[in-house]
Design a protein around this ligand. Structure first.
Ligand code: GLA
Length: 321
């Protein structure tokens, strides 16, 4: 069987989201097909620094050791986010103290995983997508002010000058949101802020977004002259507001999904001069966050390998070129 990472070696890295369980249960698939991994939760602030003065590295270390042993690159995910961040970090007297805490956090975590982590999502999901506001309300925004991302990227680059730092978000092909992302990042670049790239999460479904929308978004981001990573791709069997349940994926939906993967990867290949990494948000359909989102306990089949770890039609189709 062809290996994904070999087939794509002249294009971009092929990544997978992993966790403490899948590095054991899916180890063969991970090491055969992928050359980059992202921790699902283990490198988020809530996992690494749940309480003031106490770091909990065990789970992240375990995954990091797996990466070292198998020579896999790691996408660091994530430093600043409105979610999965402990409250203690915001109990500060002023802006300066919070920046100091952030700098210390990045130095400790970034330093510990320096060899294999080749980039970090410096900021995740800071753009608002439900109202006309540009920035999402968050404690980071509240405490640091409207240019808080400038601070984060500057600090990160100062502490880890040789690493690349990304702005990562979802609904990133949506015309309204992509303009907000573009304007925000462009503003940062104009102010001389060291942003290296845009992370396009790519949580899509078999009905969309369209290839035209994908291309327009890629054009827009590429025009900033930044690196692009696809960071969390999966292709749900259901439209976002569709709450139906299926016992098994019908053959025609599996086929439709394969076509979506094929079309998207064809475009990714066309943009290989801009895209350095395409990461799938999981390895095989037996373990996916979409089994609980947006509908709790509703089975979904969004990845390239099935529940028994066999390649799906989508897998074969992205190898056809
Ligand atoms: C977002 C985050 C990820 C993960 C997914 C859900 O996309 O960036 O870290 O939490 O949601 O699994």
């Amino acid at each position: 069987m062809q290996r994904l990472k070999d087939k794509y070696k002249d294009y971009f890295k092929i990544g997978a989201e992993v966790n403490s369980w899948t590095i054991k249960s899916h180890a063969d698939l991970i090491t055969t097909h992928f050359n980059s991994i992202t921790c699902e939760n283990e490198m988020k602030p809530i996992s690494l620094a749940p309480e003031e003065g106490r770091f909990t590295f065990e789970r992240a270390d375990e995954i990091y050791d797996f990466a070292v042993k198998n020579d896999l690159g790691v996408r660091g995910h994530t430093f600043v986010w409105h979610n999965q961040t402990p409250d203690w970090i915001f109990n500060v007297k002023d802006r300066e103290e919070l920046l100091e805490r952030l700098k210390n956090y990045i130095a400790v975590v970034g330093g510990r995983y320096r060899d294999k982590v080749y980039c970090w999502d410096a900021v995740n999901e800071a753009i608002e997508d439900k109202t006309d506001l540009v920035l999402r309300q968050s404690k980071w925004l509240e405490k640091l002010g409207e240019h808080y991302m400038d601070d984060v990227f500057r600090i990160a680059k100062e502490v880890l000058p040789e690493k690349e730092f990304f702005y990562n978000d979802y609904n990133e092909t949506n015309p309204v949101k992509r303009k907000k992302i573009y304007d925000t990042v462009k503003g940062m670049l104009d102010r001389g802020v060291p942003v290296d790239g845009i992370g396009m999460q790519m949580h899509i479904n078999i009905y969309g977004p369209s290839i035209d929308e994908l291309k327009s978004a890629l054009e827009l981001y590429a025009s900033l002259n930044l690196r692009i990573h696809v960071t969390e791709m999966d292709v749900s069997m259901f439209e976002f507001n569709d709450h139906t349940r299926l016992d098994n994926p019908p053959a025609e939906l599996i086929e439709k999904q394969a076509q979506v993967y094929a079309d998207y990867f064809k475009v990714f290949r066309e943009y290989k001069d801009h895209i350095d990494c395409v990461t799938l948000w999981g390895v095989a359909d037996d373990m996916t966050w979409l089994d609980n989102f947006p509908v709790p306990r509703r089975k979904n089949w969004p990845l390239l390998f099935d529940v028994n770890h066999n390649p799906k039609e989508a897998f074969y189709r992205i190898l056809e070129f």
